[in-house]
Design a protein around this ligand. Sequence first.
Ligand code: ZN
Length: 509
Amino acid sequence: MPEPTLTIRTIIGLEIHVQLNTKTKMFCGCPVRYDAPPNSCVCPVCLGHPGALPVINRQAFTHAVLTGLALNCKIARHTKWDRKSYYYPDLPKNYQISQYDLPLAARGFFDIPVRGRMKRVRITRAHLEEDAGKSLHDLPGCTLVDLNRAGTPLLEIVTEPDLSSADEAYAFCIELQRLVTYLGVSEGVMQKGQMRFEPNVNIAIRCDGREYRTPITEIKNLNSFRHVRDAIAYEARRQLTAWTEDHDYQQDKRPNENRGWNAEKGITEYQRDKESAPDYRYFPDPDLVPVEITDGMLDEIRAMLPELPIARRQRLVSEYGLSTRDADTIVNHRGTADLLEKVIAAGAPADVAGKQFVNVWLKLANDRNVHVTDLGVEPEQIVELARMTADGTINKTAANRLAQVMLQHAEPRASARADAQRSTPSPLHLAQELGLVQVHDTAATEAWVEQAFTANPKAVQDALGNPKKAQAAAGFLRGQVMKLSGGKADPNLVVRLVEKRLAKLRGKG
Ligand SMILES: [Zn+2]
């Protein structure tokens, strides 16, 4: 008997919680702060004292509508608040204010690039709710509760099960983070738990003309992109094994379950069977009035929509000729992309400026764990560096060094901006001072070539007579010439003169 052929399809939907960037909590005036001492940002409303009345945070509401619009959702004209009941130590009210049957935004889509193509992921809904506090298990034998986070605004975004691999889910999460930070609705910092992902995963197995579907697993509370990818990949494999061992491991025969990701062991672990909506006893919150959204409000919020990251990336490629990869890197941070466009508008050649952003400025910024916009280098200086590189005043290596020196001049300015402004030397002045201005002088370059050839007879021999090593040896000689020139030689001229010299020697031999 031949083995039956199996076709396996992974089915993934995502639930994402995004912590919204507001000064105060969702339904009270307590400040939203991550660094405050435990239980210092609390009041009767977020502590759930009887008789305390919640009031909606307008900023959170605006952020939620803006995100809904960016995700191409229909925005509800009438929306309301519901109580979702559950008992948990860090939920002092014993219910969470959420939105059940009338979410703020629904039926949208988000197009993301996957393997060079755009993939549409449908958005089921996006609604506002409040977060719970935090249970801390730092002390042995007891659990501490910090309610600073209780009542802070959360946007829950739910997708249709349109994703079909761990990598697609990974790409989606990254694009979503980029979107919310672009919109300014969230800082989207994973380490602070500002975005949390819960993939719903199951697999469809086609075997001998029949399709089997495994029960859906919800993987709870993932707070890094890598965990999302690894947990989904593991879970798909686990479900296939479970089905292979027991063909009754199927929807309707086995319950859906919640599982947690154990990053250390690289496995998902069973937590509990999944609750269904009736278990939460949703009912409308009697303390909050429904919200009516007018045309005027909607227009006002729509006007705040910036150019979105995916569109911007495509434009940087088509308008400025950047590579997709460079555009992707630059668009990652809105301020950095803004700065690039600013320097291009001010006269920096787009291709050189784009490359320098990625290879020079972003590297320097990453080393310091800041954004390019925080480096303190003036846009005019960035323009000049790109211009000098483009017109051959300096070569790429010199540009790198010059940028570092510019940065040393810029850094003290962060503290004494106005003062130092006058004394900041121009990049050209610095290049001259440091002797980085490129030498186009043929005679001088020929002298360096001569010197390099005399000092490295072995390399010359290889370049001439050893076919296996010829290329590497010629490269080595060019490097020696650049070195002798102190990095100032024009690399194109060096290539020509080294070749010319080798040809001459070949002629002699
Ligand atoms: Zn409060």
